[in-house]
Design a protein around this ligand. Structure first.
Ligand SMILES: [Zn+2]
Length: 284
C-alpha cells in the first residue's frame, strides 16, 4: 500500500484508541513474517530496527532490503530506528531512507537530552521523517543500553512538558515502569503518570518493553492513549525458540527452507497475537 512514516499512523491510532505494533526485526525472514502477519490482519505496521541490527547488516544494505519490502506491502508500513544513542548513526539512517527514528538521549540530563533530540528533529525536518524521543529510564537491556533496576527513573510530568515543548517530537516514550527484556515479577506500571503525560502531550505516546505485559495491561494503556507498542523480546524468542525446536526434533534433516518456513510461521503467529491484542486489525 504505502511506505509511510509514523505521524499519521500514530495520530489516527491515538484518536481511535488502538495501538500500532512496532516489531523489532533482525533480517529478511523476520521482516517478511511480520509484514505477512499485518497483511493478513489488514493492520498498519512499524518495522523496527535496533542500532545493533543496523550496524551488523549495514545501513545501506538494510535500507536496500527493507524499503522495497515496505513499498510492496498491502498495508501502510513505517521503518523505524529504535533506541539510537549515536546521533551520527541516526543521521545516516535518515539519509539512507528510514521513515522514522528514535534518538535516545534519556540517560543524559534533561538539557542535553533536549539538545540532542532537537538536533535530530531539525535534521529530519523537511525530509518527511518522524522522530521519537524518550524521557526517564526504561530498565532492562535493549540493544547495548543497560539500565539497572533501582536506577529506574520514571519520567516526571513536569519534565515531560518541558521536553515536549522544547523538542516538538512526533512520538514520545516516557518511562512509566515498563521494562525491556523479560519481567522478573509483576511490572509496576504508573498508570496515573501515564494518563497525566498523555493529556498534556502534543504527540502520541509510545510504550516500550511490551513483551510479557498482560492483555489487560495492554488494553488499559491503549485506552489511555498509548499509540505505539514495541515488541522486541517476543520476536527474538519466537525466532530462536522456533529454530531450536525444529532442529532438535529433526537433527539430521538439514533442510534450511523447511526450517525457515517453521521459524517464519512462529514469528508470524506472535506478531498476529499482538496485532489482535492492540486492536489494529482492519485499521490499515
Ligand atoms: Zn525500548
Amino acid at each position: 500500500m504505502a511506505y509511510v512514516n509514523m505521524k499519521q499512523m500514530l495520530e489516527k491510532a491515538r484518536k481511535e484508541r488502538y495501538a500500532v505494533g512496532a516489531f523489532n526485526i533482525v533480517n529478511y525472514l523476520t521482516a517478511q513474517a511480520v509484514i505477512d502477519a499485518a497483511e493478513e490482519l489488514n493492520s498498519p505496521l512499524i518495522l523496527q530496527t535496533s542500532a545493533s541490527t543496523v550496524k551488523q547488516i549495514g545501513v545501506k544494505e538494510l535500507a536496500d532490503m527493507l524499503i522495497p519490502m515496505a513499498k510492496r506491502a498491502k498495508i501502510p508500513v513505517a521503518i523505524h530506528l529504535d533506541h539510537c544513542t549515536d546521533i551520527e548513526l541516526v543521521k545516516k539512517c535518515i539519509d539512507a531512507g528510514w521513515s522514522s527514528v528514535m534518538i535516545d538521549a534519556s540517560k543524559l540530563p534533561l538539557e542535553e537530552n533536549i539538545k540532542q533530540t532537537k538536533e535530530v528533529k531539525e535534521y529530519a525536518e523537511g525530509k518527511d521523517v518522524t522522530v521519537e524521543g524518550e524521557l526517564g529510564a526504561i530498565v532492562g537491556v535493549e540493544d547495548d543500553i543497560v539500565v539497572e533496576e533501582g536506577e529506574e527513573a520514571l519520567a516526571s510530568v513536569e519534565k515531560s512538558k518541558i521536553y515536549l515543548e522544547a523538542t516538538n517530537i512526533d512520538a514520545f516514550a516516557p518511562a512509566i515502569g515498563t521494562a525491556h527484556g523479560l519481567y522478573k515479577g509483576e511490572p509496576r506500571i504508573d498508570f496515573d503518570r501515564f494518563t497525566e503525560i498523555e493529556k498534556l502531550s502534543s504527540c502520541p505516546l509510545v510504550i516500550h518493553g511490551g513483551t510479557g505485559l498482560a492483555a489487560d495491561v495492554f488494553k488499559k494503556l491503549i485506552a489511555l492513549g498509548g499509540a505505539k507498542i514495541n515488541i522486541s523480546t517476543a520476536i527474538k524468542i519466537a525466532y530462536c525458540g522456533g529454530m531450536n525446536e525444529y532442529t532438535v526434533q529433526r537433527p539430521a534433516e538439514n533442510n534450511p527452507l523447511k526450517l525457515d518456513k517453521y521459524v517464519s510461521d512462529a514469528v508470524k503467529r506472535i506478531a498476529k497475537e499482538h496485532i489482535e491484542l492492540f486492536g489494529s486489525v482492519n485499521r490499515a
